[in-house]
Ligand binder design. Structure first.
Ligand code: 13P
Length: 255
């Protein structure tokens, strides 16, 4: 299946940034700027602003979607401070990140926990965006594919290959996140191709369909060359998603 049949996604992960006022203004500005794009555009604000951001999205733009940054492995019950997939669906979420490297590092989320969150998301009817990526030390030791495919295999083992019909994969090299140091198009394409090949080894059809997006210091001025790579189907944007003009510049590059 050719790349043209995979609708690109540009997702803005706001991380723990913003305020209610900023969330409102930024969402309205993005909503105005994305009309008639061929890409799906996803905003991923912190939990407290999900409802506000969902409300400020234009309902007529069906390719403008809401996502959350994390969810609980549990469906409900005595888990103080946790947020379930069903609650995110209630708030209008369509997507949820699982296994972001900041969660893996700050909260010691193992590959098994990430796989459990991936399955919890799908049980609730959400589309998980599962994040994979190696550290600088791992890359320098020549372990990039081993680490990234190991993270992917844990999810395939737990959830089964068919689950990737309703999932997105994000490759985010840890050393490129928030550093201004982007992977070169060749470096990114090579890992994306390995990820797609691993899915294809399990199911040729799903390997051709699954969207694999890149994250790590994507900006308007480098978006075009990264997003035009054969196996790169969009971007997961951090810092540059906090300003409407830079986020919209990246969305334009994904056309
Ligand atoms: P930056 O775009 O700020 O590097 O962040 C990438 C990221 O972690 C998105 O999830």
């Amino acid at each position: 299946m050719s790349q043209q049949t995979r609708t690109p996604i540009i997702a803005g992960n706001w991380k723990m940034n913003g305020s209610a006022g900023m969330a409102q203004t930024l969402t309205e500005a993005v909503a105005q700027g994305i009309t008639s794009l061929d890409a799906e555009v996803v905003l991923i604000p912190p939990y407290p602003y999900l409802s506000l951001v969902g409300g400020a999205m234009s309902p007529s733009e069906s390719h403008f979607k809401l996502g959350a940054q994390d969810l609980s492995v549990h469906d409900q019950g005595a888990h103080t401070g946790e947020v379930s997939g069903a609650m995110l669906v209630d708030l209008g979420c369509h997507y949820v990140l699982v296994g972001h490297s900041e969660r893996r590092a700050d909260h010691h989320e193992s590959n098994e926990v990430v796989a459990a969150k991936f399955m919890a998301a799908q049980r609730a009817g959400l589309i998980p965006i599962v994040c994979l990526g190696e550290t600088l030390a791992e890359r320098e030791a020549g372990q990039t594919d081993e680490v990234v495919l190991g993270q992917l295999d844990a999810v395939i083992r737990a959830a089964g290959i068919e689950s990737f019909e309703r999932a997105v994969i994000a490759y985010e090299p840890v050393w490129a996140i928030g550093t201004g140091q982007t992977a070169t198009p060749d470096q990114a394409q090579s890992v994306h191709a390995s990820i797609r090949a691993r899915i294809r080894d399990n199911s040729d059809t799903i390997g051709g369909q699954v969207r694999v997006i890149y994250g790590g210091s994507v900006k308007p001025d480098n978006a075009q060359e990264i997003l035009s790579c054969e196996d790169i189907d969009g971007g997961l944007i951090g810092g540059a998603s906090l300003e409407a003009s830079s986020f919209l510049g990246i969305c334009q590059a994904a056309r």
